[in-house]
Design a protein around this ligand. Structure first.
Ligand code: FAD
Length: 245
């Protein structure tokens, strides 16, 4: 299998997510009973209420809603980073049960290598082909099957494609977007984070109106490490998030 490209889908999210989070917030401030807590929460009222709640930082209320993504065409390098987010739930394609010998492993080509030109890309692809041969060779010597996959995979590169399902609640997603939409984050996870932000903004715009790197809410949080491109980032954010309000 040759180069693969990033693909992310929003597979599922809490039904009536904005109303549910607004109900959780209203419960905190109202004497209403559970049976009628959502009665007057129209979509417009829920959205307006939620924006206030999120600005106030009363974020336990948005933990009641969650989002599940299907992600493919990303590298094992990305996997090592995204799984550092401990409040997320993951299911990842197994390199024990799935063999890469028949179709070959898919791989990601970093844009900076592509930008070096065709010769560089050919060299990179030849390296991937060599790794495929090493992998196939070890599988054969180890007797094929699951236990052969288990050890042959040790020669696979960080570029090797993985597929996963990921679930995060809205609060964890906001935190994830703060860290990973920032230009200081590595390019592949950053690209994924912006795509995820676009997807959730499309279905629950009030929840994620101010989600993204710190510079979309105010000053850059990176101090001397700042990328100096806050205006550019804010523009991208406005196109993705504000455009959907
Ligand atoms: C630009 C960038 C560079 C990085 N470079 C490196 C690197 O060189 N090496 C490296 O190892 N990692 C690196 N990381 C990963 C980073 O250290 C975090 O592991 C990762 O971003 C997950 O963040 P988190 O712990 O805040 O998130 P989550 O695990 O999603 O946690 C969310 C929040 O919950 C709270 N929380 C969760 N677990 C605990 C706990 N056990 N105790 C207390 N509070 C908790 C914290 O408030 C935390 O912020 C980098 C991340 C970024 C964005």
């Amino acid at each position: 299998m040759p180069e693969v490209v990033q693909n992310v889908r929003l597979l599922h999210y809490t039904p009536d997510a904005q109303k549910l989070a607004a109900m959780a917030a209203k419960l905190c401030y109202s004497s209403a009973h559970i049976d009628d807590i959502g009665d007057d929460l129209t979509p417009e009222k829920s959205a307006a209420f939620l924006k206030r709640i999120v600005d106030l930082g009363h974020l336990s209320t948005v933990e009641h809603v969650s989002f599940t993504f299907g992600i493919e065409g990303v590298s094992r390098t990305l996997l090592a980073q995204i799984t550092r987010h401990r409040l997320a739930s993951f299911s990842v394609q197994s390199q024990r049960y799935v063999s890469y010998s028949e179709d070959g492993f898919g791989y990601i080509i970093p844009p900076a290598i592509r930008a070096l030109g065709e010769d560089a890309v050919r060299e990179y692809e030849a390296q991937m082909d060599q790794i495929q041969r090493w992998y196939d060779g070890w599988r054969q010597r180890l007797g094929d099957g699951e236990s052969a996959n288990e050890d042959a995979r040790f020669v696979l590169p960080g570029a090797c494609e993985t597929r996963l399902m990921l679930t995060m609640n809205a609060r964890e997603l906001m935190h994830f977007f703060s860290l990973r939409c920032c230009n200081r984050a590595q390019w592949e996870i950053r690209e994924l984070a912006w795509r995820m932000l676009a997807l959730v903004s499309g279905v629950t715009p009030a929840l994620f109106a101010n989600a993204g790197p710190a510079c979309v809410r105010g000053a850059c949080s990176e101090g001397s490490m700042t990328c100096g491109k806050a205006a550019e980032v804010r523009k991208r954010h406005a196109e993705i998030v504000k455009g959907r309000e």
